[in-house]
Ligand binder design. Structure first.
Ligand SMILES: [Zn+2]
Ligand SMILES: [Zn+2]
Length: 482
């Protein structure tokens, strides 16, 4: 009798042990579509105080009333500047005005937010729904230390795995999301990752930020006009009339504004840095992920104080020397683990006209050279030249048909796609189709595998689709020679 009972008990025990496994097997829906997480970028989600309560108040971007008040407040200082030509006082007024406008956004000297009641809005936990073409959106406080954000991403990934029963997820990492993803890989490895699509990723820094963080702030009127023209009409040559109109108009108005801005900045630069930029921008850990490695030590020396900012420096050192410096190593090891990688880099757009050397190819914010991990690019508005020979002969052609990009110098030439005339993060249907087709493909797709997605594609503004770049695709249009 006792034996019978013990056998029955054993059977029950064994069965009960099997139940969770059976449930888990049921949850693995076998749909064949990996759940996708869209890792957002810097400042992409608004910041608010007391999020989700009746007292919720937007702090970034500030509400329009606050912006108007800040602008109005500058009227007197501008008049005073014209009368007295006292640029230092003017810089002080601008700095005070900015400090007030962004009082709830700033971080202290340790890089911690000064207002603990501020968080990103729209923070939504992952959902079990992983319908093809749908992404769970991972939002985070983009001011923070990227290691804190990576920890939140890890929690998010684990929760999504639990909800869907899939043991791996795909990451669409955009802009700063690329730095977050690399940091995640450095701490948590790639065991939970099926594929990564780097979308205009900031994993190699941004020249604009490196320059500003080393004291270079420069506005050149011709560059400002270039930038605006490039913004309003892309790089097709269809609207000649509008271009001539804007050029003529820009020649007068934009140049006048840019000239006076340049004149003012030239005289206020040091004061602006001392009163505002160093303490405001310099103390936001998230911004430091954008400083290119080659500018990093100089930027620290320029922006921060070794003792006063010691805790902040420890955080940003950890990213620069533990992640950014090891980009190739981290991605190599992920790919050895079976992670499929697509790096999507945009080109054909002018660079932000705020620094001295602003003639590079970009997506309107980040240099093409950086989002592609090392492509050789013609300056904006130019080609590499008829005599140009591909820098690395690996047996493939990696030169763009329009003569602007040589992808052979990329860290991963077979895994790096280029989209011409695509603004930073302004995705189209065609762009997203490409990203999802890559994610759901059964193979580790390279630039040679799918005729729909060659290495060089153009964002067709008329249809929102991607089409192959050809020799006839214009050299990115407007370029005013200084
Ligand atoms: Zn599924
Ligand atoms: Zn190759």
């Amino acid at each position: 009798m006792e034996k019978t009972i013990s056998i029955i008990l054993s059977v029950i025990l064994v069965l009960s042990l099997c139940i969770p496994a059976a449930l888990a097997a049921d949850k693995d829906c076998g749909c064949g579509y990996v759940p996708v997480i869209y890792v957002t970028g810097f400042a992409q989600t608004p910041l608010a105080e007391n999020v989700g309560t009746p007292g919720e108040r937007m702090v970034f971007m500030p509400e329009s009333g606050a912006v108007v008040r800040a602008v109005v407040k500058l009227i007197v200082p501008v008049i005073a500047l014209i009368v007295t030509a006292d640029f230092d006082s003017f810089a002080k007024s601008v700095a005070d005005d900015m400090d007030e406008l962004f009082a709830d956004v700033i971080c202290d000297r340790n890089g911690d937010p000064v207002n603990p009641a501020v968080d990103v809005t729209q923070r939504v936990p992952p959902s079990a729904d992983h319908t093809p073409g749908m992404s769970n959106v991972f939002r985070y406080d983009w001011r923070e230390d990227v290691f804190d954000i990576a920890r939140e991403l890890n929690d998010y990934i684990e929760e999504l795995k639990r909800l869907t029963g899939h043991d791996r997820v795909a990451l669409r990492a955009e802009s700063m999301g690329g730095a977050v993803t690399m940091t995640y890989l450095s701490v948590y490895g790639s065991g939970s990752v099926d594929s990564i699509v780097m979308q205009s990723s900031a994993f190699n820094g941004i020249t604009l930020v490196g320059s500003i963080f080393t004291g270079d702030l420069d506005v050149k009127p011709a560059s400002v006009i270039n930038y605006i023209l490039n913004f309003v009409e892309g790089s097709d040559n269809k609207s000649v009339a509008s271009r001539l109109l804007i050029k003529a108009f820009g020649g007068i108005l934009i140049a006048a504004v840019a000239n006076s801005l340049d004149y003012t900045i030239d005289r206020c630069r040091d004061s602006l840095y001392d009163y505002s930029l160093k303490s405001f921008m310099g103390c936001i850990p998230g911004l430091w992920t954008f400083v290119p490695q080659e500018d990093y030590e100089a930027a620290k020396a320029f922006m921060l104080d070794e003792d006063e900012n010691a805790r902040l420096i420890a955080k940003i050192d950890r990213y620069h020397y533990g992640v950014m410096d090891r980009t190739g190593e981290l991605l190599d090891s992920a790919m050895e683990d079976g992670v499929r990688l697509a790096i999507i880099s945009n080109y054909g757009k002018a660079a932000v006209p705020a620094i001295t050397d602003d003639g590079y190819q970009s997506d309107f914010l980040i240099d093409t050279r950086r989002t592609s991990l090392g492509a050789t690019c013609a300056p904006f508005g130019k080609t590499l030249g008829a005599d140009y020979v591909q820098a690395v002969d690996d047996g493939h052609n990696h030169l763009s048909p329009d003569g602007i990009i040589d992808a052979s110098t990329c860290m991963y030439p077979e895994n790096t796609w280029f989209i011409k005339d695509m603004m930073h993060t302004w995705y189209t249907r065609g762009y997203l189709s490409f990203a999802y087709d890559f994610i759901y493909s059964d193979t580790a797709m390279t630039v040679f595998d799918d005729p729909r997605y060659p290495q060089f594609m153009l964002n067709d503004h008329a249809t929102g689709e991607l089409v192959p770049v050809t020799a006839q695709t214009g050299v990115s249009a407007i370029h005013i020679h200084r």
